[in-house]
Structures are given as C-alpha cells and as structure tokens.
Design a binder for this molecule. Structure first.
Ligand code: C2E
Ligand code: MG
Ligand code: MG
Length: 609
C-alpha cells in the first residue's frame, strides 16, 4: 500500500470511529484524546495537540499526543500567543514550516525550537460560525506538509469540530435539564422544595415508616397575618418575609427533616423517625417560636405568628395527599382556635368534616338523581278552620342515610353555593304543584316557599322568581316567600331593595321564625312583609310560661299594628291552639293540625277536614 492509500485508509477508520461516538456519551476529553492519537498515526507528524476554548475564550479542554506537545500547548496559553490561539481567533489555518526563522510568534517559536520542534501546522476547529478551538500538528524537521496531508488534517479537524459541537450541545442540554428539574421541583422564592417534590419525598417517607414501624409526621404551618403584611408593606416586603421565614424554619428543624413551601404563606415540614409524637410537637414549637420573633425587613420591623397543624402517618390509608390534607385540616383547627398555636389532628373532627364533605358531594347529585321532593304542611285559618296555604318543605331521601333533614341540607347547600339552583328547583316544583292542584284539585289556595338569605342576596333573585312564575303560569298572589331574620344580617338596603322587587312581582312575603333572630320593629317597618310566623319555641311556651305568653302577645299586637297577618308555627296540641287563638293569632300550622304530607296525600287531608 502506498503511504497515501495507507493514510486515506486509516483516515476512513478514524472517521468511522468518530461516527460511533455520536450515539454514546463519549466525553469531550475522550474525543480530543482520540483525535490527537489518531492524527500522529495517520499523518507524518511528531505530535499533535488541541485546545478547546470556552464561551469567554478561556481554555476549556486540552489534549496532546505526548507530554512535550502538552508543554507547547500550555506554553501558548501562558504566553497568550502562538499558532493555536491565532487559528482559533481568526478561523484560518496557520503554517510555520521553520520555527527557527519565524517572526510571527516572537516568544513562542524560539522556545518551541529550543525544545526540539521545527515546524507547526495549525487548523481551526470551526463549525458554521462557531470557533471552538484549534488543532496543532508538530514536526521535528522543518518543511512543508504535502497537500493531501494538509487536506486530511483539515478533514479531521472539521469532523472533530462537528463531534465536539455535538458533545457540547449534549452537555449543555443535560445541564439545562438539570436546572429545569431543579426549578420544577423547588420554589423560586425560598429555594425550598415545592409541592411536587414534597409529595414525592413524603411518599418515600411513608413507605419507609411502614417498613420500619416508625411514625412520620407532617407539620403544616401557615402564617397568621401574612396578608396584612402584604397589604400594608407591599409584595416586595411580603416576599422578603417569606424568604426569612423559610430560613428560620429550616434552622428550627432536626437533621434529616425536610421543609417545603406549598404556596403563598403555607409551609410544610416532614419529620421522620419519630420516637414519640412529642418529637414532632417540639419541632412545631421551635418553628412557632422562630417565626414569632420580629423580622427586620428593608425598613420595616414585622411580627407574625404561625399556626401549625400536625398529622402523623399510621392512621388510615396513609397517602401523601391524605396526610397533607390532615395536617392542613389540623392547621385550620389551630387557626380557628385563635391562631399562633399548634394543633395535633383531631381525628373525630376530621371524620365529621369528611362526612360533611361527602354529604355535600352527594347533594350535588341529589337533584339530578331525583332524590329530592317536597312535603306540604297545611296552614289553617284559626277562626274559619279553612286551609289557607300549604308550606313546601324540602325532603332529601339519601340512598344510604334515608331522610336528611332540611336543617342539614340547607346549610350544606349554602356552604357550597348549591342553594341557588336548589332553591330555584324548590320554587319551580312548588309552583308546578300549585298550578296542577288549581286545575285538577284538591283546592289549595296558595303555597309558601322557604327561601334562604343566600338566595335573596344572590344575583338576580327577583329575576329567577319572575322566570319561574312566568314558566309555571301561577298567580303570583298565591305564592308566599318565607325568609328568616338572617336577611337582616346581610346588606339591609340591598335586602330591602330585593324584597321590594319581589313585591313588585305580586308575590307575598313572610317573616319566618319570628322572634328567634335579629328582628327589631324598625326592620319590620322597612321590609314589605305581609305576614310573620311566630316561631315554634314561642308557641310551645305560651301555655306554660307567663313571660313567653306576654312576649307572644306583644309580637301579635305589634304585627297587627303593622297590618301583618300572624301565623303561629309548631302548634302541637289543642292547648297551644286555644292559647294562641286567645292571643289573637290569625293562622296556625303544626303537627296538631297536620304533619307535612307528600303532595298526593293533600287531597285526603282536604276532604277529611
Ligand atoms: P320552617 O320554615 O320554620 O318550617 C317549619 C318546620 O317545623 C318544618 O321542619 C316542619 O316540619 C316543622 N314543624 C311543623 N310543625 C311542627 C310541630 O308541630 N312540631 C314540631 N316539632 N315541628 C313542626 P323542617 O321541614 O325540618 O324544616 C326546617 C326548616 O328548614 C324550615 O323551617 C325552613 O327554615 C327550612 N327549610 C325547609 N325547606 C326549605 C327549602 O326548601 N328551602 C329553604 N331555604 N329552607 C327550607
Ligand atoms: Mg318556613
Ligand atoms: Mg319557621
């Protein structure tokens, strides 16, 4: 084989080897080492060296085929002068065929010559417009390299540049991934783990606790008064406070405990390997104490406290989310008890809250699953004995629990906002029933429908009522809406405005449970009521209690003075009925007269009375 064919053959082999590195995580240093060692085998040179520069033109990597070449490479770098730097800077090859005669590198060339080098040929490592570094080929005799040798060297330099570029991109990419990973798992403001990472760590801790029969605890800390700090001093100071809290919190931990920030001013701590629940409590106490020391933030001295809830593993299902939720729940208990304190989860309260949550969920489906119905309780004119109206009372037949009382349903619906569609359903159903009775019997003169203050004060209540009246075609005068005194708690002028709107539709208005709440004659004067319903508790007291009797007498007089009809609620026996009749009540309602009945039993009631 001629030396040319031989060289080309080896060149091809080296190129193939390079190609193999593409799919591997061959390090940059390895690529460079490989390059310089291959070159001395392929080309008629004494040594080869390569330098790679970093982004700020600093030396990044260096490789040499032997120690002597390595000293030349370092020498150029120390001197800041030499063919390698030149080729790198200008992106052009440099050839010095006789170092002894060279004047371009006045400091480098004589020293290289003195150490036994005679010629150097340098090729830039360039990819597109990126200057990566340069490759030096040294010979110990002066003279040119042949054209094919130069070409082969240039090919190697180009191919190496491409691979180096690729390797660098891979390194940059994995650094970016690592940075993004860190960012996606940590809170930017405090540098603490975020919820995602915390849940992951918690999951591992729960598994370890299960294996080792140890207990892990989650401490959920929320600052009391953080919002006030934010509002008063601005978010900038709020952020400083959160960072400072994170610092103090971290310092209050035992080695091995992990703190995280979940959101806003909510921090959590994971404590593992607890010997005893009091270990977690002492960590919580240390946190609370650390947080309650004043903070000196730019120009402001700020004091806050922390409410800390504690939940332990080993109870129930032990999922990260349930443990977190339990600790959160305990934190709310701490807040409800005045804040600035610790609270270990009260499992009874937690269970009650769970049942309540479940009921709320079930209630959402109750309407669509047709589990709701109305019972109707007759209201009777005391003197004539005629039925004047029926009051619609909500009934929910829960598939497992049976009948759920309105006293539970209504507050639950109010909490979830479901009261608005639920109340509309009640009104629509009652109006439909009334319309049906008025065309097909039995003879029911009017209906009373309870509406909650949430409904009245909600958006466009009067519009809703108008819509139902129009849709069902009932006579508005045959519909009475019963509201309780809680409407007085809300925005009174607005409540008055809504009630006037309702009056404008022609419906009647009644004040329910009169006497139990906040009514004052003054309110009664402003609200356009047609009637009041004296609460059952008063009716019950009339026969036995003198004071109650005189209160009821005064209530009836007062109401009559304002032209309001008076209904006595909860009449359970003949004595109560006689007494309230004597006191002048107009209407009566109660078990003595009739229990609430399903709509289809009203006919029977009407015929028998
Ligand atoms: P309310 O409007 O004062 O209704 C009268 C309540 O007293 C009814 O209870 C009724 O069953 C009960 N009751 C009637 N007569 C007697 C009696 O002689 N003795 C005794 N011990 N109780 C009697 P219910 O149906 O449990 O309703 C309770 C409350 O729930 C109602 O008090 C009303 O404020 C509310 N409510 C009922 N249905 C609805 C509704 O559809 N919407 C809204 N917002 N509230 C409703
Ligand atoms: Mg009522
Ligand atoms: Mg009542």
């Amino acid at each position: 084989m001629s030396s040319d064919t031989d060289r080309d053959h080896r060149l091809a082999q080296v190129l193939v080897q390079f190609a193999h590195t593409l799919g591997t995580d061959f390090s940059i240093q390895k690529i460079l080492d490989h390059l310089v060692l291959s070159i001395v085998e392929i080309l008629p040179v004494t040594g080869a060296g390569v330098m790679l520069m970093g982004q700020r033109q600093e030396l990044h990597f260096i490789a040499a085929s032997n120690d002597k070449v390595m000293t030349f490479e370092h020498l150029q770098n120390e001197l800041g002068e030499g063919p390698c730097l030149e080729a790198y800077r200008y992106g052009l090859p440099v050839a010095i065929t006789d170092l002894r005669r060279d004047t371009r590198f006045a400091r480098f060339s004589p020293r290289a010559w003195n150490q036994g080098m005679a010629a150097v040929f340098t090729f830039p490592l360039t990819l597109d417009d990126n200057q990566l570094g340069a490759l030096d080929l040294y010979r110990d005799t002066p003279g040119e390299l042949t054209e094919p040798d130069l070409k082969a060297a240039q090919v190697l330099a180009d191919v190496a540049a491409a691979y180096l570029f690729n390797a660098q991109a891979r390194i940059d990419a994995s650094a970016t991934v690592a940075r993004l990973n860190h960012r996606s798992l940590h809170d930017q403001l405090t540098g603490l783990p975020n919820r995602t990472l915390f849940e992951e760590l918690l999951e591992q801790a729960i598994a370890r606790a299960r294996r080792s029969q140890h207990v892990a605890a989650v401490l959920y800390a929320d600052l009391d008064g953080f919002k006030a700090v934010n509002d008063r001093y601005g978010h900038h100071v709020g952020d400083q406070l959160l960072s400072a809290v994170a610092g103090r919190l971290t310092r209050a931990l035992r080695p091995g405990d992990t703190a995280a920030r979940l959101s806003g001013d909510e921090f959590v701590v994971l404590c593992e390997d607890l010997h005893d629940s009091s270990d977690a409590e002492s960590v919580a106490r240390r946190i609370a104490a650390a947080v309650s020391e004043p903070f000196d933030l730019t120009g402001h001295r700020v004091t806050v406290t922390a409410s800390v809830g504690i939940a332990f593993s080993g109870l129930g299902q032990d999922l990260p989310e349930t443990l977190l939720r339990d600790a959160d729940f305990a934190m709310y208990q701490a807040k409800n008890n005045g804040g600035g304190r610790l609270q270990v989860l009260d499992t009874e309260a937690r269970l009650a809250a769970d049942r309540r949550d479940q009921l709320e969920l079930d209630l959402q489906q109750a309407m669509s699953r047709e589990q709701l119905s109305l019972a109707y309780q007759p209201i009777v004119d005391i003197r004539s004995g005629d039925m004047v109206a029926v009051e619609a009372l909500l009934r929910w037949i829960h598939p497992e629990r049976g009948v759920v009382e309105p006293a539970i349903v209504v507050p639950s619906a109010e909490r979830t906002g479901l009261i608005v569609p639920l109340g509309e359903w009640v009104l629509r159903q009652a109006c439909r029933d009334l319309q049906l009775w008025q065309t097909h019997g039995p003879k029911i003169p009017s209906i009373a429908v309870n509406v909650s203050a949430h409904q009245v004060m909600g958006p466009a209540f009067a519009e809703t009522v108008r819509g139902v009246l129009d849709a069902t075609g009932v006579n508005p005068g045959a519909v009475c809406l019963e509201v309780t005194e809680t409407v007085f708690l809300a925005d009174v002028p607005r409540a008055v405005a809504v009630m006037r709107e309702l009056k404008g539709l022609g419906v009647r208005l009644s004040l329910d449970d009169f006497g139990t709440g906040y009514s004052s004659p003054n309110y009664l004067r402003h609200f356009p009521f047609d009637s009041v319903k004296i609460d059952r508790s008063f009716t019950a007291g009339v026969p036995t209690d003198k004071v109650t009797r005189s209160i009821v007498a005064a209530m009836i007089d007062l109401s009559h003075g304002m032209d309001l009809t008076v209904t006595a609620e909860g009449v359970e026996n003949i004595r109560e009925l006689t007494e309230i009749t004597d006191l002048g009540a107009d209407h009566a309602q109660g078990f003595h007269l009739s229990y609430p009945l399903p709509g289809d039993q009203l006919a029977q009631y009407v015929n028998s009375s």
